[in-house]
Ligand binder design. Sequence first.
Ligand SMILES: [Zn+2]
Length: 273
Amino acid sequence: MLLIKKAIVPSLLCDNEWIFTFIWDSISRIQFMYTGGKVKISVLILSLMAISNWGYSQNEEITIRFISNCGLHITDGNANIYVDFPYRSGAFIYDEFDRAEIDSIQDSSIFLFTHTHGDHYSRKNMKYVLKHKKGKKYGKWNIDSLVNLESELTDFKIVAIKNKHNFSFAHYSYCITWHGKRIFIAGDAESTETVLRQKELDWAFIPGWIFIAVLDEKKEIDTKMMGIYHIGPKDSIKIIHPKVLVLNKQGELITISNSNSMPDRNKKEINLE
Ligand SMILES: [Zn+2]
């Protein structure tokens, strides 16, 4: 099915006219193209300094590392949670990742999967990881046992929310709470319903189609920050907004401090013509 739709995004995006072309392919992906004219914009990017300071300080902050596609590594220095990683590198044209990413997975980690499509999950890779690194994996096959994690991961609360994704019998978004900080991970949720139900999020990780659908519905996600992920190699997504980070660089780091409610990120302002 090919659906082309034009949408004028309101003043939220710096009063510039943005035209998004939606192209649904056989696996319900949406690609975006920006066709605006000259604009002066500010973006937030991580400085090299932030990358060189990569590390953890126990229990004072939580770090989220964007691995690739929808793969995230969340840690407070004690527990390690991976979401939708490892998947099958390069599946459905989505990002390939370096083998070193699998080798660097922390021992005895928790692995959460939104669903089992190849761009989110790899049975083969998980078999390797569980054999060499131990840990536990959670997904549609054992989602009910997630509650048992609470006695083990005392600093985290993880809630799975079942929702719909085309061509998948079982799909779950996750809300992860750590010392009052709330992180929502949409996965491939088709509709805005789940994310719009969430309250007082610190970060919401959502695919581009959810971001656009929320704008179309003239609603707002109750979150301090949004990370747009699941970006394919042919997708060109430019969203300039202080609450939005487009995750198109593997290894991008996000830090949420326990003492500071705002993400502790180095900011750099640049102008693009
Ligand atoms: Zn996907």
